[in-house]
Design a protein around this ligand. Sequence first.
Ligand code: LLP
Length: 428
Amino acid sequence: RPHLSLHALDGLTMEEVPLARIAAAVGTPTWIYSAGALRRRYARLRDALAGAGLDAGIHFAVKANTSLAVLRVLAEAGAGADVVSEGELRIARAAGIPASRIVFSGVGKTGRELRLALDEDIHQINAESAEELAMLSALAASLGRTARVALRVNPDVDARTHAKITTGLSENKFGVAYDEAVALYARMAAMPGIRPVGIAMHIGSQITAGMAAYRAAYARMAELVRELRARGLPVERLDGGGGLGIPYRDEPAPLPEALAGAIRATLGPLGLPVMIEPGRWIAGPAGVLLASVVIEKRGEARRFAICDAGMNDLVRPAMYEAWHGIVPVGAAARAAPLSPADVVGPVCETGDTFARGRALPPLAPGDLLAFLDAGAYGAVMSSTYNARPLAAEVLVDGDRFAVVRERQGFEALLAGQRVPDWLATGPA
Ligand code: LLP
């Protein structure tokens, strides 16, 4: 995380901006992203693919971070987008990502979403079922359009990641069965309004157990392409999905060069352009969640650091037992002796626990803590549970920083709510 450094006076600093300065100006909890880290990580991935001699496009998985400013940084760097909803498609377009670089994935695209994708003439729609293809064909034909469609195939490969984020097993809801793919692709070629352009796969997220699962999936993809070609069916490109994991703790995690090498070894011989859909690898390490300690509570058996950020902000620990590094921001705090503390939020659930028994200095109200690697699946998964407004978001770029999403106001929690008129005259 070269964008984060510890300074003797200023404490934890992102690029050239001390996090304490952002807290003073914007308050907490606040998500903070490094533009430099986003650019560097995107370039690293691009260079790894190019270095392996691949003609490859990077489509950032917008689900990982839908901040307009983050997407604009990536758009400027040349990234495309992988979107899974009308909202993500609209935000990607608003950030300046051209429709010609947008791919639409997802098992439950509605007619309205498919229609928008056709109206925008996006690069590719990844179809996940025969039923979806029928719906898309009818819609495209009625609009007099042709959809460029990749068929998402489920390779039935175990990505060896958390069960809630594994997607490439036959028991998962994603993609069409491998054994049915060739026949379905052949049918696609005959459907009005559909132009089959290739095969897509995505086996899961936070893949850290080496390249074996990727290799196995991509080998199956290559096998499929050979069968399709043997039948004279056109294949223009391949979509290898996302999933490249990052080290949240100290676990070994694969480097982009390893992924590029796996793609080259398995798909390279086919001589087709390849696309990938990374989210976490690009954005995760580029962001932190900055929180303040509300109070340090000495329980009978444990010490609790109770923060102003909760599971409604960063849900990953509660949802996936995920581990995030937690770093005191103040320079002085970091010199103090460490002892175990449970870092928890204010929400009324025991699951609102970020970490147990973490070695931390004594903490006083107002002390700042940074939750690391929170740039992906952080703000996007937050909620207003316990009527807690959504946190602010900030982009750091060199020595500058800007609020890129205002902290939600309490009015916003009431906005749009109504009491039906038959209750309006109820008890005073
Ligand atoms: N493409 C498709 C079709 C996907 O479903 C996903 C993620 C990606 C790409 C991007 O995967 P990535 O490169 O970010 O691993 N909320 C979970 C992660 C869910 C991932 C869902 N799909 C978490 O916080 O760990």
